[in-house]
Structures are given as C-alpha cells and as structure tokens.
Design a protein around this ligand. Structure first.
Ligand SMILES: C[S@@+](CC[C@H](N)C(=O)[O-])C[C@H]1O[C@@H](n2cnc3c(N)ncnc32)[C@H](O)[C@@H]1O
Length: 284
C-alpha cells in the first residue's frame, strides 16, 4: 500500500466511524483488510480500497466493519455492574416510582455481551421492579456485530470470560456447541446497527448509557461530539459509564465525575449544576 493509499483510507475510515489511524498503523490496516480481500476475492488491499473509495457501498461497509476492534466480555471489569446494581437501580426505583419505566443504552455493544450483562444485572433484582417496563438497547456501527448480538449465541470461550457459572446456568441454555441466552433476557434487550456519529435522537432518551471502550479509538473532536450527543439523549439525572481507561477530564463539560476510578459520570446541565444523579450514593 502506498502512503497516499493509506492516507486516503485513513481519512475515509475516520470520517465514517471516528476511528483514528496514525501512519504507524499501516500494518493494522493491511492485517484487518486481508481477510476481506480474500472473502471478496479481490487481488489486493489496494484494489479493495480503490473500490471502496470509488463509492462501492458494500465495500465501504466491509472496510469499516473490518477495522472495528470488537473485543468484549460479559461483565467486563465487573465493578461498574456492581455500581449499577447497588446504586443506580435503587435510585431509579425511588425516583421513577410514579413512572415505572427505564431505558439503558449500550453504545458500541459489539457482540452483545455488555447489553446482556446489563439485562442480567437487572433481572437479578427483578423482584424490586414488579410491573416495570425495562428496555436495554444495544447499538453498534458493525452490522455483523449486531447480527451476532441479536442471535444471543455464545461459544464456550465467550462464556468463560467473565460469566459466573451460576449466571451461565441461570440465563443460558446449551444448544449444540453454543450457549444461547434465555428468552427472559432476550425480551429485555434489542439491538440496532447505528453509527454514534449520526443523530441519536431517534433512539429516544435513556436513564443510563454504557459507552465503554469505544471513545478510546476516537480523536478529541469526535469524542467531544459523541459525548455531546450522549448527553442529549440522557435524562437530566442520567448516568454515563465509560471504559476504565477513559476519562472526560479536559474533554467535555456535559458530564461531571461521580466515581473517577470506575469512569462513572453524571449528566451535567449548566443551568442545574448541583442536580441529583442516579449515579450518586444517597440515603434512600
Ligand atoms: C472494543 S468494543 C467495546 C465493546 C463493549 N462496549 C465493551 O466495553 O466490552 C468497541 C465497539 O464499538 C463499536 N464502534 C466503534 N465505532 C463506532 C461508532 N462510530 N458507532 C457505533 N459503534 C462503534 C465497534 O464496532 C465495537 O464493536
């Protein structure tokens, strides 16, 4: 691949997804695109890129999909899920008493483990929410990831990463080689192919947003744009979970930090700087 081909491809991928590829990532671009070259019977990465940049939408989608890092796990980093169960859910129960509905967004959901982990966390305390309408929405730019998430079938390797055996047996059924998520969890979760660079309003508003290990791949300006969009789909007392290595310090004023070591943030409204947050520990 020539330096010019790399620059053009990197610009296209950044404009489409926000992913930043610096010049030293040439090998990454080639490595990730080689399987696409083989699958689509192209002669080379250069030919694939020429087709994509020439406007072939199927090739464009294939290139962007291939470049996404989709690593994930059930209950990844587990502590944010403990916070969600022990702080956010009790706060929701009290503050939404008259309006028994809450919605959670898993943005950059990959193959669905995060959204399913959220649903299992809620299900574990379901007796506290009789009659509540609970909606967990998973979105990802990758249609392949969303298709896998919607299927809800995981390999032995997938379920061994982060899923306690009790939870596995409670919420999954073994079907041939796969562990398939039960209908009780499936009924709480829906998935859509969606680009975080696009308008998020059609998704509706959310009480909590998980956007973990996604922003780390974006440049500062794109991060700021995405955080602005996420803030606007959050309710006023809403909570944002980022990945443990991600911070908003110096990035945005749309959120204030609640638990820095767990990257948990509260929506911040300039006109109501001290507003109570679902993410705060309060005496209930
Ligand atoms: C590393 S995975 C993180 C998965 C999960 N949130 C977790 O923490 O385990 C990042 C996911 O973000 C998705 N992603 C990256 N850029 C995106 C964008 N612009 N819009 C929507 N999803 C995006 C990728 O396709 C990938 O599935």
């Amino acid at each position: 691949m020539t330096p010019e081909e790399f620059e053009n491809a990197a610009r296209f991928i950044r404009d489409r997804s926000g992913l930043v590829l610096t010049r030293d990532k040439t090998y990454l671009l080639e490595n990730r695109l080689m399987p696409v070259v083989r699958d689509l019977r192209k002669k080379s990465v250069s030919e694939l890129l020429a087709g994509a940049l020439g406007g072939d939408e199927a090739l464009q989608t294939a290139v962007v999909e291939a470049m996404m890092a989709k690593d994930t796990a059930f209950f990844r980093d587990w502590k944010p899920f403990v916070h969600f169960r022990t702080v956010v859910l009790p706060n929701l129960r009290v503050s939404r008493g008259m309006k028994p509905r809450f919605r959670i967004l898993s943005a950059g959901v990959s193959n669905g483990q995060e959204a399913h982990s959220i649903a299992m966390t809620i299900r574990d305390v379901a007796s506290s929410f009789p009659g509540w309408d609970i909606d967990v929405v998973g979105i990802d730019i990758s249609g392949a990831a969303v298709a896998a998430a919607s299927k809800g079938a995981y390999s032995q390797f997938d379920v061994q990463r982060g899923l306690p055996i009790r939870t596995l047996l409670q919420y999954f059924t073994k079907q041939d080689d796969a562990w398939v998520i039960n209908d009780a969890i499936r009924g709480m979760v829906s998935f859509q192919t969606w680009n975080l660079l696009d308008d998020l309003f059609p998704l509706g508003r959310f009480d909590a947003v998980f956007c973990r290990n996604v922003l780390v791949y974006l440049d500062l300006k794109t991060k700021q744009d995405v955080l602005g969009k996420l803030s606007r789909v959050l309710v006023d007392d809403g909570v944002l979970y980022l990945g443990l290595n991600e911070t908003i310090a110096g990035v945005t004023s749309h959120f204030r930090t609640i638990v820095p070591e767990l990257a948990i943030y509260a929506a911040h409204r300039a006109d109501r700087p001290a507003a109570l947050s679902l993410a705060s520990k309060v005496d209930l």
